[in-house]
Design a protein around this ligand. Structure first.
Ligand code: XCC
Ligand code: SF4
Length: 678
């Protein structure tokens, strides 16, 4: 279908679609319209012209063997009497939905964990000094994490005195121990012990501690082959092992080692949205997930020879920016601006200003190659795992041993393409200020100060009721729903009700564009209690904690809050809830599940492919709470979505006996305001 045909089809079906019906972000709307004018098809058009399969969305289509696909839609109004739906082999709707769910967990955990493995390999190469391009930078963090990997940081001297061990030796041992977590066959992934003790003991009792990161993923693939695991509860138990292996394993180790290699993030200012592109600069947009690549590109783009080359081509300089989680990684450590979120990758190219879009892995839409062909933009793939057949992309392979040279080649390709701009450059004006870089260490410092760094002040403010609770809001964009509307409604509703928000991924980018990542946002959007805390401490009400693998930072923050005391003994006791209002990727399902089994009530928006299997659905939404203290939920309406999170937070406050405190503090504030007014 051409864009014209799409527009016609859409018009015939209902009222004409306007760009502002597809996104709440004005910059994106402007570029969708430009794409229409230029007859360039984007995901926004295809989402109108192609509807999802109505059995697939229920999670009850099985194609795990060639006798299928066996399709088991739920009858309208539900099953009457006994559910007799079966695939050819006899698999029930529950088995099929659970298997499909499990394969999403496997793919999501594999994506994060394979990323983590790459980081561990590079870390080890750096520790062993086999590469000159990467170095052990954050030795403080190295010493903090080493004991979790069973690596001693001191030795006993001859006279019994305690001596510091050599940093290089520690780094090599940490790298080896970390890398071993993937292929380990027995025992448990060592970082799972970072969970609060009751949580860890619960996992042990339930037998869901992951033995090795890869092993649990492989076992999901085995169990979901035809004729193996045909009990939805047992299948889900394996999901729990793999998901813990992701959140408390592969993802967490990725975050740890990236921090040691590139520095632990601390608060940093920057800007977000398509308006960060510059008409008179070479624009290199880096898109994907792995900082191994983007860190080198940052260094290469800063070289005087590169800046000179750009000038010789008529540009004023080089503007780097990011899309998706690479954007978050670059922002957190270097303050490099966010160009856009997942649904803006094509739209960035539609500006006509992007000289190179450099991609690595995950969330890269094949269609960017087609959109790029309508402009001069060069799409450069860099990872042997991720090539693109559409369009005419270039592949410049990125290797950890020649990383800096590879990065220079990539930057040079972008610069040399600057004179080839073929269409007028139209860059939307929108760009918003932001503060990001809230690693869990940074929050510690920010709240408590250098000399008494701790989460205690946060806990105090939760206990006294100024802060009602904590919301972790994360995840993707989804072309099946209005771009950024769910994200912004949920987050604004939470902070309005004094819930502080921790964010990562594309939700963080949506919040950044809407100006929610500034301390000033507190006055405008927050309830009185949260506003007061933010103003006193000087933090935004929405704390940007990084990329999708950095959801492990949210887990660590939750564990720290438990440790700081006064809010129960486990994550499931905390007045906290999780959310992914516009999720779409399989990674989100793995993340959702590790939050649930960590004890968090986790609400997804848009859809969840389990509605065709009511018994399995009930297991996810209800029964899991009795096992883990956390459970899944699906709430499509973003306003209600936030209300359910708030209700859960209030339920937990009540259980902790701190519900009254909140009433008091709000009364005090109202009284004080009245006094001031009088
Ligand atoms: Fe991808 Fe990580 Fe989702 Fe955004 S949020 S669309 S996974 S980039 Ni994690
Ligand atoms: Fe059908 Fe069973 Fe094969 Fe699935 S595994 S496609 S339900 S026969």
């Amino acid at each position: 279908m051409t864009t014209e045909e799409v527009k016609k089809a859409v018009k015939k079906e209902k009222a004409p679609v306007r760009a502002q019906d597809l996104t709440v972000d004005p910059a994106s709307a402007q570029m969708i319209e430009r794409a229409w004018d230029l007859e360039i098809e984007t995901i926004f058009d295809r989402a109108q012209s192609m509807k999802p399969c109505n059995i697939g969305v229920q999670g009850t289509c099985c194609k795990n063997c060639s006798q299928g696909p066996c399709r088991l839609p739920l009858p309208k109004g539900g099953v009457e009497g006994k559910d007799t739906r079966k695939g050819l082999c006899g698999a029930t709707a529950e088995t099929i939905a659970a298997r499909n769910f499990a394969r999403m967990v496997a793919a999501g955990a594999a994506a994060h964990s394979d990323h983590g493995r790459g980081v561990a390999e590079t870390f080890l190469a750096a520790a062993r000094k086999e590469t000159h391009d990467y170095h052990i930078r954050d030795t403080k963090k190295l010493l903090e994490i080493a004991p979790d990997f069973g690596v001693e940081i001191t030795v006993q001297g001859e006279n019994g005195e305690v001596l510091d061990r050599d940093i290089d030796e520690i780094a090599v041992e940490v790298g080896e121990a970390a890398l071993a977590q993937w292929g380990q066959q027995q025992g448990e992934v060592c970082t799972a012990k970072r969970a609060p003790a009751p949580r860890y003991e619960l996992w042990k009792k339930l037998g869901v501690l992951p033995r090795g990161i890869d092993r649990e993923i492989v076992e999901i693939m085995h169990r979901t082959h035809i004729g193996v695991d045909q009990h939805y509860e047992n299948i889900l138990e394996q999901c729990s092992r793999a998901a813990i292996g992701d959140g408390w394993g592969g993802s967490m180790i990725a975050t740890d080692l990236q921090d040691v290699l590139f520095g632990c993030p601390y608060p940093v200012k920057s800007t977000a949205n398509l308006g960060v592109l510059k008409a008179d600069h070479v624009n290199i947009v880096i898109h994907g997930h792995e900082p191994l690549l983007s860190e080198m590109i940052v260094q290469a783009a800063e070289l005087p020879e590169m800046v000179e080359l750009a000038k010789s081509k008529g540009a004023h300089g080089i503007q780097l920016s990011g899309i998706c989680c690479t954007a978050n990684e670059l922002l957190m450590r270097h303050g490099i601006p966010l160009c856009g979120d997942f649904l803006q990758q094509e739209l960035a190219i539609v500006t006509g200003a992007v000289d190179a879009m450099v991609v690595d892995v995950q969330c890269i839409m094949e269609n960017i190659a087609n959109v790029a062909q309508c402009f001069h933009t060069k799409v450069i793939t860099t990872n042997p795992r991720a090539k693109i057949a559409s369009g005419d992309t270039i592949h410049i392979e990125f290797d950890e041993h020649t990383a800096f040279e590879d990065a220079k080649k990539i930057v040079r390709t972008g610069i040399e393409n600057f004179p080839n701009r073929s269409k007028p450059v139209i860059i939307p004006d929108e760009k918003s200020d932001l503060v990001a870089g809230f690693s869990y260490e940074a929050i510690n410092y920010h709240l408590g100060g250098t000399f008494r760094a701790s989460y205690a002040p946060l806990n105090d403010n939760i206990i006294n009721g100024r802060i009602r609770g904590i919301g972790g809001v994360v995840g993707c964009n989804n072309a099946r729903t209005v771009h950024n509307e769910g994200h912004l409604t949920v987050v604004k509703e939470l902070i309005k009700h004094d819930v502080i928000v921790l964010t990562t991924g594309c939700n963080a980018i949506a919040c950044a564009k809407a100006g929610l990542l500034t301390p000033e946002a507190a006055k405008v959007f927050c309830g009185p209690g949260l506003a007061e805390v933010c103003e006193t401490v000087g933090i935004p009400p929405v704390l940007h904690m990084g990329s999708c693998v950095d959801n492990s930072r949210i887990l660590m923050a939750a564990a720290e809050v438990v440790k700081a005391g006064g809010l129960g003994n486990d994550i499931s006791d905390l007045p906290a809830a999780g959310s992914a209002p516009e999720w779409m990727s399989e990674k989100a399902i793995s993340i959702g599940h590790y939050f649930v089994v960590s004890g968090v009530y986790t609400v997804f928006g848009v859809t969840l492919p389990v509605s065709g299997a009511p018994v399995f659905e009930n297991h996810l939404y209800k029964e899991l709470e009795n096992i883990y203290g956390g459970m899944w939920d699906l709430v499509v309406d973003p306003y209600e979505h936030a209300q359910k999170m708030i209700a859960h937070i209030d339920k937990k406050r009540k259980a902790l006996g701190i519900d009254k405190a909140r009433e008091r503090v709000l009364f005090d504030m109202a009284a004080r305001r009245d006094l001031e007014a009088a």
